[in-house]
Write a protein that binds this ligand. Sequence first.
Ligand code: NDP
Length: 256
Amino acid sequence: MINGPFSETFYFIVYVWIAIALVSFPLVLWVVAPYGRHTSSHWGPLINNKLGWILMESPALFFFAWCFLTGSNHHTFIPWIFFSLWIFHYINRTLIFPFRLRTRGKKMPLVIVLMAFCFNLVNGFINGYFLGSLSSKYETQWLWDPRFIAGAILFISGLVINWKSDNILIHLRKPGETGYFIPRGGFFNYISCPNHFSEIIEWSGFALMTWCLPALAFAIWTLINLLPRALHHHRWYKNTFPDYPSNRKALIPFVL
Ligand code: NDP
């Protein structure tokens, strides 16, 4: 499946990375991540919110691309599909999404930016290096494998719901406004955080279609980051808006 002298060390790093995610889960559940509506000055120096987004997402775009493009594999068609989907997502998240946010004057703790930067550095490395240098299993028949097809459907559905949900949230504010409103429409009729739900779907789909450990690690990390954030947002909505729809769940329609 994989080759090269670094492969055992590489797999060890990825297993450790997954273990860190699992061990961190209770902490991430307990501590409310202090950015966006939960931003706080108790976490040290603050920086501009949009700049923070660009900086912290950059490694997932640029370092991933560098690891893939300088890899030793002669890339077949299929790794290029994975590369394109990843890059498509991260061009939006790094270079478009921050400029669309209506967060005038908002700041986030520098420590959050640094932590997310390191997180994206590791994920960018393990996925870019794996697809660029270690993977050798993707033959053309993989295009008809049920894992590839189901994963691609999940990824694209997640991407579309994510963009739609981000868009609804961004347009809740008129230009210049900074307050919060109850979002409605689309998956917001069922859950408080379809943007987080769909991001989890997206990277689970990517893990399924690539069928590799680094992408699984990223999907696990995404769940561990975003499940608690959705629960914290949901609790915040219920505490903030007395008329918040009582049948709406936090992350999974009708379930959680
Ligand atoms: P949020 O839902 O907290 O905020 C998204 C934007 O919409 C912010 O600008 C926010 O403003 C604004 N907003 C949200 N709710 C309201 C509301 N009720 N009224 C008015 N404006 C609102 O999303 P996150 O910041 O947590 O995440 C942004 C994107 O990044 C998501 O798509 C998420 O899935 C993705 N992400 C992925 C991660 C991963 O591990 N793969 C980790 C973190 C995020 P304000 O900032 O002022 O609150």
